[in-house]
Design a protein around this ligand. Structure first.
Ligand SMILES: [Zn+2]
Length: 207
C-alpha cells in the first residue's frame, strides 16, 4: 500500500501539478468520444497503451473484455450499465473492444478451469462459449497446439462482444444512423503490437 500512496504523491506533484488547466476543465464534466472496453488484466491498461489523457476515454474493464447480450431484467448488470451511460448519457462516437493476448479468462475457458469453484467466472465466461467451441474444433482438428486455440478464442471474444453490442437497441440505432462506430482491436503484449479487426475479411490486421 505504501507503494500506491507514494505513486499518488508522485502523480499529484508531477502530472497533476503540471496539468492544472486540464484538471480544472475536467472538473466541470467529461466529454469523452470513445468507450473503450478492455480486460481487467493488470497488464493491459488502456490509458498506458494508448497514451491517453484523463477525459479522453470512458473505460469499461471486466474479465475478458466481454459484453453480454442485451437482457433488461432486475439483475445487476454492471457492464451493460456502463455501456448505457457511455452511449445514452455521454453519447460517445466510437466503441472499441480491445482483446488481448495471454488472457487469463480465456485460458480458464479453454482449459475448462473456470468451472472449478467459481461463483461468477464460469457463468460470465459462457458469453464466449461459442468462441471456445469453435476455436477448439478448428485448431485441434488441424493438429495445432492449445495455444493456437487460446489465441483464436482471445480474438473471437472481440467479435462476440461487438455482436452482442448490436443487441442493445440504442447501440444499434446509433450505429445504423451513423452516429456511432464499433471497432475491434487486439493487443499483443508479447510483441507490443496492436491489430484491428477488418470487418470485410473478418481478420485482424496489424496497425
Ligand atoms: Zn484478459
Amino acid at each position: 500500500m505504501d507503494q500506491m500512496i507514494d505513486g499518488f504523491r508522485r502523480f499529484r506533484d508531477n502530472f497533476f501539478a503540471n496539468n492544472r488547466a486540464l484538471f480544472d476543465n475536467l472538473s466541470q464534466g467529461q466529454t469523452p468520444k470513445v468507450l473503450l472496453i478492455g480486460c481487467s488484466d493488470s497488464r493491459v491498461d488502456p490509458a498506458i497503451i494508448f497514451d491517453a489523457q484523463p477525459g479522453e476515454m470512458f473505460v469499461l474493464r471486466n474479465v475478458a473484455n466481454l459484453i453480454p447480450p442485451f437482457a433488461p431484467d432486475t439483475s445487476h448488470h454492471g457492464t451493460s450499465a456502463a455501456v448505457e451511460f457511455a452511449v445514452r448519457g455521454l453519447k460517445v462516437e466510437h466503441i472499441i473492444v480491445l482483446g488481448h493476448a495471454r488472457c487469463g479468462g480465456v485460458r480458464a475457458l479453454i482449459e475448462g478451469s473456470s468451472n472449478d469453484n467459481t461463483d461468477f467466472i464460469h457463468s460470465w465466461m459462457q458469453i464466449a462459449r461459442s468462441a471456445r467451441d469453435r476455436a477448439l474444433a478448428l485448431t485441434l482438428s488441424a493438429g495445432q497446439p492449445i495455444e493456437a486455440a487460446r489465441r483464436m478464442c482471445e480474438q473471437e471474444t472481440v467479435a462476440i462482444s461487438l455482436g452482442n453490442l448490436m443487441t442493445f437497441p440504442w447501440v444499434r440505432e446509433q450505429v445504423e444512423t451513423g452516429k456511432l462506430m464499433l471497432h475491434g482491436w487486439f493487443y499483443d503484449m508479447e510483441d507490443g503490437k496492436l491489430f484491428r479487426l477488418d470487418p470485410v475479411t473478418n481478420t485482424f490486421q496489424e496497425v
